[in-house]
Write a protein that binds this ligand. Structure first.
Ligand SMILES: [Zn+2]
Length: 125
């Protein structure tokens, strides 16, 4: 189920100082199923068609990201996700650009840094 918004912005932080945390769609979905729909992790994992350890990992990451945004006054950007496409999603650790590629990428499209991390997980790792 796609989220109803692309993310959240905190009040009272000037735009120029606003930093973001990133939440993958599947992390959002894990949080929604567990904390909003009140499913247990077993049920939620089944619903997402993923293993229980994978669910736990997504769920932990989602909670950490949301807590970080909440405590540190960061925006939350919801994006990424293997459940929708086979594309590769990356975030540049230097300029924080998020990019989508049809092929594995090694460099940021914006600043050419090789300090990029892949956002979407492999379903069977
Ligand atoms: Zn970059």
């Amino acid at each position: 189920m796609p989220p109803v918004m692309e993310g959240y912005k905190p009040f009272g932080i000037p735009m120029r100082e606003l930093e973001s945390v990133y939440l993958l769609y599947e992390e959002y979905e894990a949080l929604r199923l567990a904390d909003y729909e009140n499913l247990n992790q077993e049920e939620a994992a089944k619903k997402m068609n993923i293993s229980r350890p994978t669910f736990t990992r997504l769920y932990d990451k989602a909670r950490k990201s949301v807590a970080k945004a909440f405590v540190e006054g960061k925006a939350i950007i919801i994006n990424g996700g293997t459940y929708i496409t086979d594309e590769f999603w990356y975030r540049c650790e230097d300029c924080h650009e998020t990019m989508v590629s049809m092929e594995p990428a090694t460099h940021c499209q914006k600043c050419d840094s090789d300090n990029i991390i892949q956002l979407n997980y492999k379903p069977d790792d």
